[in-house]
Design a protein around this ligand. Sequence first.
Ligand code: ADP
Ligand code: GLC
Length: 482
Amino acid sequence: MKPLNVLSVASEVFPIIKTGGLADVAGALPAALAREDVTVVTLVPGYPAVLKALQRSEVVHHYPSFFGGTANLLSGRAGGLDLFVIDAAHLFERPGSPYLAPNGKDWPDNARRFAALSRAAADIGQGLAPGFMPDIIHAHDWQAGLVPAYLSLTDSPRPGTIITIHNIAFQGIFPADLLFELGLPASTFTVDGVEYYGQIGFLKAGLQLADHITTVSPTYAKEIQTPEGGMGLDGLLRARSHVVSGILNGIDDKAWDPATDAHLARTYSRDHLEVRAVNKAALQKRLGLKQDPESMLFGVVSRLSEQKGLDLVLGSLARLLADGAQLALLGAGDKTLEDSFKTAGIVYPGQVGCFFGYDEALAHLIQGGSDALLVPSRFEPCGLTQLCAMRYGSVPIVSRVGGLADTIIDANEMAIAIGAATGFQFGPVALSPAIDAFERAKALWRDRSTWQRLQTNGMSADVSWRRPAKQYAGLYRSCRPT
Ligand code: ADP
Ligand code: GLC
């Protein structure tokens, strides 16, 4: 097969800078694609963490004037990845989150910051970087949405373009009067271009102009084409449905491997599930939970946001924690949700243990020490934590939406009988179906041999990037310009 060059364009990338699953995907996919004869270089903004991690860097191009200041395009390696980095202090030399100012609000110049990301990608697509000419540019989410718009301004040959929607709730919508500042001519401000209800829509532009659109699960690919799931973009997506597809995410099975995981109190494999008790005890200790192996321990690893449906966990706590069951929660985000879980910790001392903030090590310990992982999302494009849970023998309890519907096999009677079940699904996303699922899980947990079968089924499933990488490689080849 002919080797293929891909420029992946992402606003975050694991292990260098991460706020959510997008970073995991952008960080893990390149290695999996290398096995498919696809060479990936990833373009990321030069946040302080990126510049600090960058090794063997060299200046590929100097921009005397780039969105309000000078900039260098660097190439180098970091976190095991080949990178292009936009070194532009006026845009990216800021502490903390890639998107938010210290006051928790979006940086006021986010339009310019991420237009710059797309502009640099389009420039690379037109040969700016000596020695690397992409056949395909793969843009992730709204932050890279303008790539096809900038490429549409040229008549010269251009790479094929693919945009992946990781979350349609974030669309990058900005005032129309920024058009000129973003280097977009008036001719782009049409329904067929970047215009979106009188404003500039970054994601909209990408969806309108890219050669192909993917999202991160087949079910989400259908959901976003409905008025309920499309958040205003469903009409556009239906009109382009012939180029919309869903490719499930995988996880990095080296970073997430219970047999070698340094974040665990003790490593284990599916033949030694009894070792998980050591991790459960460590987790209980870490979060101030009662040291009791006989208490069923539910875990949550999540952004705290409306999307994740954690109000259903709060609403069902009395039932969930009956019989002395426990909840271990790791989360960051919404302060109101955080306060509610803090209160729950006071109301149920020794039964609810929380850590608020970002903690990679604790995320792994929760996967390795909890009995079941709760993912009751209102919508979930793919979801990665349920995949990690499967790999770690924590049984996922999920709502039947998006990628959760596509990855977890509900433990109904027949699925148990044929040995296929890997977790519990509930729907619709509401309190009473959620409680039913929690109760079903609690009942089955007491039947230890059936429970173990759920664990080993999950642990035997291939949740790696192998299969998805083949699908992406096939798609890239089909979108490559002839
Ligand atoms: P989303 O991208 O919507 O947040 P995903 O399930 O796709 O959801 O990905 C979440 C990723 O972030 C997973 O790798 C998960 O382990 C991690 N994660 C979420 N919250 C935290 C946290 N508070 N600390 C550490 N890791 C977290
Ligand atoms: C988004 C989605 C999540 C998905 C992740 C990676 O953050 O919310 O469901 O797994 O992107 O694609």
